[in-house]
Design a protein around this ligand. Structure first.
Ligand code: AMP
Length: 418
């Protein structure tokens, strides 16, 4: 780790190892950031600015080294530029400023990389233009990512900025899995195809699952169930994604916190003819559907609490959620042919034993089973929850998208800096 005397980098004549990466995740109204030391993957600071553009914006910054300390600021943060500047001030107040020579790069989560970006890239003008060209297929996400990149570039123009794409891991999907069965010319003219998202998480978790099985990623076939507020499944064969449940946008696939997942597209024409606007339908399917649409809650803890009290709407929402999961596990078992592990991750997948149990129960025919005792143990570590005798392992592997972004960023620029 860098010695404290090198912080700020003003007086020390010694060359400082550039081994830190700042990870930025710029959403439509929030910016999340983490500063990591890549020599041992420790987090030095983490923070979040939310409700950007409102009167009640909130910044929460936590220094994790030198005796942890959390600071909170409430008050208007006008835009992403102001948010990043505020985050930079907080980091500087902890001696972890962006001007430190220890900072090797800034890694940006970019949601849509289309077909072109199959790997992380160092951002130049041409890369930024391509990310902008993808705005029509990612109107909610890419604009915020672009603002985050531009602001970070203005703060440290000399520093490599790397884009790590949510879609990249899925670019290995075969054409027959990625293409929708619609007119080819229309699809190509509008770049309509299945891209998939959460790729950084699926890549990280599938690799960690192989490690847990004591095998290399090339040796195993795994189904990853990323069940957070957004949720997606992927089928990963020998380390390469061959299927995933999200499509042109993150709306397709599993039942999510607020998104419907799979739905007959004719539902949208039907609603339009009934008088709803395109924007209203967009909000309905992305924000007011899924668990929240079915029962009014999107937090699995609250849904389980209501079920325990006998709430029927919550119970039906849970059953619909689990039914969809089972369908995807079955479908992806067929796609893979041989499955070595089914892996649960993200907020629900890592924490909800009832969801894991319900999703696997009844799938004995696929070689799947959950050990009730192992499943009930709360843990933050990668672990197996299937009985020893099970043909297919069932595992819980906590995801860490920020670490994966930092690792990929550092791998790309680290050589140049060390
Ligand atoms: P994520 O998007 O990965 O942060 O996941 C957020 C979701 O995880 C929340 O909306 C909850 O539904 C779920 N979640 C978080 N903690 C728990 C828990 N302890 N038990 C069950 N579900 C949880």
């Amino acid at each position: 780790m860098t010695t404290p005397t090198a912080e700020g980098g003003t007086a020390s004549p010694v060359t400082v190892a550039a081994n830190r990466v700042l990870v930025l995740n710029s959403g439509s109204s929030s910016v999340k950031y983490q500063l990591l030391d890549m020599s041992d993957h420790t987090r030095l600071a983490v923070g979040l600015v939310e409700r950007i553009g409102e009167e009640t914006s909130r910044l929460v910054h936590t220094r994790l080294v030198g005796g942890g300390l959390t600071r909170e600021r409430i008050g208007p943060v006008a835009d992403h530029e102001a948010a990043l500047k505020a985050a930079a001030e907080e980091l500087a107040a902890d001696g972890l400023g962006l001007d430190s020579p220890a900072l090797a790069a800034i890694g940006h989560r970019v949601v849509h990389g289309g077909l072109r970006f199959t790997e992380p890239v160092v951002i130049d003008d041409e890369v930024l233009e391509e990310i902008e060209r993808l705005v029509p297929v990612a109107p909610l996400h890419n604009p915020a990512n672009i603002v985050g990149i531009r602001t970070a570039q203005a703060l440290r123009p000399d520093l490599p900025q790397v884009a790590v794409f949510d879609t990249a891991f899925h670019t290995t999907m075969p054409e027959y899995a990625a293409r929708y069965a619609i007119d080819v010319e229309t699809a190509d003219a509008h770049r309509i195809r299945r891209y998939g998202f959460h790729g950084t998480s699926h890549a990280y978790v599938s690799r960690k699952a192989a490690e847990l099985l004591g095998r290399t990623p090339e040796e195993v076939n795994v189904i990853v169930l990323h069940l957070g507020n957004g949720a997606s499944a992927s089928a990963v064969a020998g380390g390469r994604c061959v299927e995933t449940s999200m499509g042109l946008t993150p709306l397709e696939g599993l039942v999510m916190g607020t998104r419907s997942g799979d739905i007959d597209p004719a539902v949208t024409f039907h609603l339009e003819r009934a008088g709803m606007s395109t924007d209203e339908i967009d909000v309905l399917l992305n924000k007011k559907s899924g668990l929240v649409g079915l029962c009014g809650d999107n937090d699995m803890r609250e849904i389980r609490r209501r079920i325990d009290e006998g709430d029927e709407r919550a119970a039906l929402a849970f059953d619909i959620y689990v039914h969809r999961l089972k369908k995807y596990i079955g479908a992806y078992s067929a796609v893979l042919g041989r499955v070595d592990a089914v892996v649960f991750t993200a907020g629900v997948g890592e924490n909800s034993a009832p969801v894991r149990e319900a999703a696997i129960t009844g799938l004995e025919g696929l070689g799947l089973a959950v050990d009730a005792e192992l499943n009930a143990v709360p843990s933050g570590a990668p672990r197996l929850i299937s009985p020893d005798c099970a043909r297919v392992a069932v595992a819980v592997v906590p995801t860490d998208e920020e670490l994966e972004i930092a690792v990929q960023t550092f791998a790309l620029v680290g050589q140049a800096h060390n």
